[in-house]
Design a protein around this ligand. Structure first.
Ligand code: PDD
Length: 277
């Protein structure tokens, strides 16, 4: 396999990271995850736009200009001969320097990107999943797709240990998003989701779901819902690059709606399917 680095495309074995790498020591970097369906990038431009926004937010420069980065990622895809469903992982860090919290004086960021096979979550998409509620203990700049994922890791682990697929995060009872997904609630005909403030990551699939709702004439309101609203919800679903759109049929001990994926969720899944084929 080949890996894209700031020095160009290299063989996997040629890529090593020094001990004093700021991504490792400080989580000082940003990342993106992009789907490939049948070997084709899905919404790559949207992901790259967000990467540059995340980088700018932490005053980090991406080693390549936007057009060059897309060309290099295309080269990476070709060299790996990807034809299946896969995932691209890409991260940019502030580089390798003697350990010091403050920025290094030299601008020498590191980048790596690789592609790995990844099956679609067909079973979860069809039957729905369980979720748990847990406190959102993250910082105030969750709109940055930063490498600091410890709160997300701990929340997801709690979900796994309690037999659930995802952890729903809330701040004082207000649902923000999932540990690695955005959250949507359906009540009657209307879809609700947390507005794209600094408190959530504005997911690429989230923005697509807004568009699907507009196209299908489904009212969507960007207004946060609470943990109490969940008990009254008709449907609940999550979105992310690696999950697409997955119905949530149970939260802690509460069954959502009739315990089956709902009609609004299913029509949005169909729209997603159509948009990505
Ligand atoms: N996570 N919110 C958080 C906290 C996330 O980590 C993610 C994605 C999303 C959904 O964003 P998108 O639709 O652009 O994938 C929302 C990725 C998939 C990950 O960390 O693996």
């Amino acid at each position: 396999p080949y890996v894209l680095t700031e020095r160009g495309v290299l063989r996997c074995e040629q890529v090593t990271y020094p001990m004093e790498e700021r991504g490792l020591q400080f989580g000082d970097g940003v990342y993106e995850v992009v789907s490939l369906y049948n070997g084709a990038y899905i919404w790559l431009q949207e992901h790259l736009d967000r990467l540059y926004r995340s980088a700018a937010a932490i005053r980090l420069s991406v080693p390549f200009a936007p057009e060059e980065l897309s060309e290099r990622l295309e080269q990476l895809r070709r060299m790996n001969d990807v034809h299946e469903d896969a995932i691209l992982y890409l991260q940019v860090t502030r580089g390798s320097f003697p350990r010091n919290h403050a920025f290094p004086t030299e601008n020498r960021p590191n980048l790596y990107a690789y592609i790995q096979p990844m099956a679609r979550k067909t079973d979860e998409m069809t039957h729905g999943v369980r979720a748990i509620l847990t406190k959102d203990v993250r910082w105030e700049y969750c709109y940055i797709k930063s490498l600091n994922l410890l709160p997300n890791v701990l929340a997801k682990q709690e979900a796994v240990e309690r037999g659930a697929f995802e952890a729903i995060l809330h701040r004082d009872g207000v649902v923000t998003e999932g540990s690695s997904s955005n959250m949507f609630l359906v009540k009657g005909e209307t879809v609700y989701t947390h507005p794209a403030t600094e408190r959530i990551l504005n997911g690429i699939v989230r923005t697509k779901v807004k568009q699907f709702c507009a196209d299908l004439g489904i009212p969507l309101i960007e207004k946060a819902f609470s943990v109490h609203d969940i008990a009254e919800a008709d449907e609940l679903f999550l979105t992310s690059t690696t999950s697409a759109i997955i119905p949530i049929i149970q939260v802690d001990d509460t069954t959502i709606g009739n315990g089956q994926p709902g009609t609004v969720t299913k029509s949005l899944q169909a729209a997603y399917q159509k948009a990505t084929q």
